[in-house]
Design a protein around this ligand. Sequence first.
Ligand SMILES: [Zn+2]
Length: 337
Amino acid sequence: MSASPIRSSVDYTASGKQHGHLYIPYSHNLGGWANLMVPITVVGRGSGPTALVMAGNHGDEYPGQVAILRLLRELQPEQVNGRIILIPALNVPASKAATRLSPLDGKNFNRTFPGNPAGTVCEMLAHYLTTVLFPLADLVIDMHTGGRSTDFLPCAHMHLVPQGPQRQKMLAGTEAWNSEFCFLYADIAGTGLLPVEAENQGKVVITTELGGSENVTTDVHRLTQSGLRNVLVQFGVLEGKFVPRPKPPRWVQALNWEDYRFAPESGIYENMVPLGENVTAGQPVGAVHFLENPQREPALVVAASDGVLVATRAPSIVGQGDCVACIAHDVDPRKLP
Ligand SMILES: [Zn+2]
């Protein structure tokens, strides 16, 4: 791939703490030679692993952005063994606009990997991560929530990468977040994901779904911030006291397309099962009501198999084909091939 057009104002090899920006060329009608500026902080000291910590991949997912904004102010070089690179909001325009997709190019940033140096702003940044920042990193953290569209049972999650040291480190890191649930997920909605590119480069990749909908509870903020620090401490890049789990996590997986349930028609969605509750095959988990046809029975969304509801629709207005529920199944990930 050709060189990136993105310039960084921080020196990744320098010791100490630097705040700067990634400058992404972005020409618009009132800015002929303008750049989109993405904040980046680097804290380095001595030799040790590199952690790349990111949030705001989807703009409307804020707990991770808040956790990084706190951490980048609090972190001092003497607390770091190696290097921590922090990007609080990968998709700054989407974060400002409270949208999942970039308002500049309409892209879902998490579908643009490995990126394109001659592409749109999202594609250029994806290419920069792929070719510059991932190669520097040992640990890659990409914090998500369900955004405005989905409410998630707060959890750290991961892909089931091939058996080996990478998978073992990812399992340990996911558990170090200390969420009650840990989740193995599948990509049911396309390709080009950030974590997949980092996994393919052999990195230890830890991701999250820390709640969702527009309301972020205090508990979710606390879990996001404490989990992030604990993973960094466990990895050896941040000084501090490792907090062991109070009890083992409930590991669940949703690897089949049928585990993700979609609205059969448009209407008003009623959640019929609380997050975290067990369900049985055939049980209705939601109902779509029809304002233009009030006497009609609602269209039911049913669980395809026994499991636990880990994600549900957040807004009540639903469109045909929207994902409205995810049903996961208990699993022992250390017994999987
Ligand atoms: Zn997301």
